[in-house]
Write a protein that binds this ligand. Structure first.
Ligand code: UGA
Length: 433
């Protein structure tokens, strides 16, 4: 199939490249000409394991190209994916102006039947609005169908998530577009759930909100564990074996961040509000998530007594491992607060230091976790990168002024930390003093 993917952000780039790898002819379109030039030179603007190789292979095979020429791409392709950003407005609602602009541009350019696929995360009823816009600007009176096909890609494992999804959700209103989408996804060995467009749109927001709720739920239980002297890791394990609950997304920590959960949970609260429903459950999910960072700050303040003038080594800046993404990372709030209280920060992250450099001032960036630990009054863990789990703690300890580790991701075993002679404070577990 010939496919145009409009928007070469995270979702567009991964979707376009993977669709090319499935054997389609894909053209990825973006109005940002500099970005297109870079992509044509093989420079991938995001860190995503496996993506650069896949882009190179598919370009070489002639199945993948990058262009700024939207009009030509629309004319040549039968399926058009809308993958542009839907950033939050100040009131938490999604800003749909990019989606509207693209819908209008597609309408003006198309001169034959197109399946227009909404991939960006959008509020329910956007499909109707896209269709209405296309009808209004459809100068060549071309036939078209709108489809909703939400993405469930996780940063850091997006290529694998695309190729091996738990499910593919397709919201469509007729047989013709259903058949096109069915053929497109047939190479994947995954269940396809066909729904109407509105249900597909809600599946996306409901799924992200449910996962965020799982995280806030386990963080609330972690707080109870701390008060009761229980162990959250054991509790998560004991709950997770129940197939109805499942172990994933039951990792207590400093709360969820990133470009999706905070934005989508907020947007879903606003969507519900517009329909006259007060989504109190999700509001509590947000409150618990925000409080989790404050709780962590209190742990640091308690352990250090006075923060002012102390040197704090920070391991991990990205909002989660295997990405360089700093958007709404818990590290931003925590480091800013520590700096406000007068701490000196020495930080290390395997991938995110360049992006962090655009956010923070006055941080010393280190070349290794050991350098960050050297001379520190405390080592604070904010992202659970694999390399931090494998640190040589015997080497770390003598480097530090005090052997104090405050772990926001529960990456170490408290008993082992006790044996190694650390003061070890984590989430939802007894402190090792
Ligand atoms: C999330 C969803 O998992 C994807 O399915 C979805 O497609 C994507 O949003 C999106 O809407 O585009 P992502 O934001 O990449 O993906 O990251 P996740 O792996 O879901 O993690 C989100 C946050 O939750 C991270 O800050 C992570 O540290 C936190 N988290 C996750 C926990 O605190 N505990 C857990 O047990 C799991």
């Amino acid at each position: 199939m010939k496919i145009a993917v409009v928007g070469t952000g995270y979702v567009g780039l991964v979707t376009g490249t993977c669709l090319a790898d499935l054997g389609n002819e894909v053209v990825c379109v973006d109005i940002d000409e500099e970005k297109i030039k870079s992509l044509n030179k093989g420079i991938i603007p995001i860190y995503e394991p496996g993506l650069d190789g896949l882009v190179a292979n598919n370009k070489k095979a002639g199945r993948l190209e990058f262009t700024s020429d939207l009009k030509k791409s629309i004319k040549e392709c039968g399926v058009v994916f809308i993958c542009v950003g839907t950033p939050p407005k100040e009131n938490g609602e999604a800003d749909l102006s990019y989606v509207e602009n693209v819908a209008r541009a597609i309408a003006e350019a198309m001169d034959s039947y197109k399946v227009i696929v909404e991939k960006s995360t959008v509020p329910v009823e956007t499909g109707e609005k896209v269709a209405r816009t296309i009808r209004a600007y459809n100068v060549h009176k071309a036939d078209f169908d709108v489809v909703s096909n939400p993405e469930f890609l996780r940063e850091g494992s997006a290529v694998n998530d695309f190729m091996h999804p738990d499910r593919v959700v397709i919201g469509c209103e007729n047989e013709r577009s259903r058949n096109v989408m069915k053929e497109l996804y047939s190479p994947l060995n995954a269940p396809i759930i066909f729904t109407d467009i509105k249900s597909a749109e809600i599946i996306k927001h409901a799924s992200n909100s449910f996962l965020a709720a799982k995280i806030s739920f386990i963080n609330a239980i972690a707080n109870i564990c701390e008060l009761a002297g229980a162990d959250i890791e054991k509790v998560s394990e004991g709950m997770g074996f129940d197939k109805r609950i499942g172990r994933s997304f039951l990792n207590a920590g400093i709360g969820y961040g990133g470009s999706c959960f905070p934005k989508d949970v907020d947007a879903f609260v606003r969507i519900a509000e517009k329909f006259g429903y007060d989504f109190r459950l999700l509001k509590a999910v947000q409150e618990i998530n925000n409080a989790q960072r404050d709780n962590f700050m209190k742990k640091i303040e308690k352990a250090l007594w006075v923060v002012k003038g102390k040197t704090i080594g920070v391991l991990g800046l990205a909002f989660k491992p295997n990405t360089d993404d700093m958007r709404l990372a818990p590290s931003i709030d925590i480091i800013s607060q520590l700096q406000k209280e007068g701490a000196k920060i020495k930080a290390y992250d395997p991938e995110a230091m360049q992006k962090a450099g655009q956010i923070f001032n006055g941080i010393t960036y280190c070349n290794s976790p050991y350098e960050a630990a050297a001379g520190s009054d405390a080592l604070v863990i904010l992202t659970e990168w694999k390399e931090f789990k494998e640190l040589d703690l015997k080497r770390i300890k003598p480097l530090m002024k005090h052997p104090l580790i405050i772990d926001g991701r529960n990456i170490y075993n408290p008993e082992e930390m006790r044996k190694e002679g650390f003061v070890y404070i984590s989430i939802g577990r007894k402190e090792v003093l």
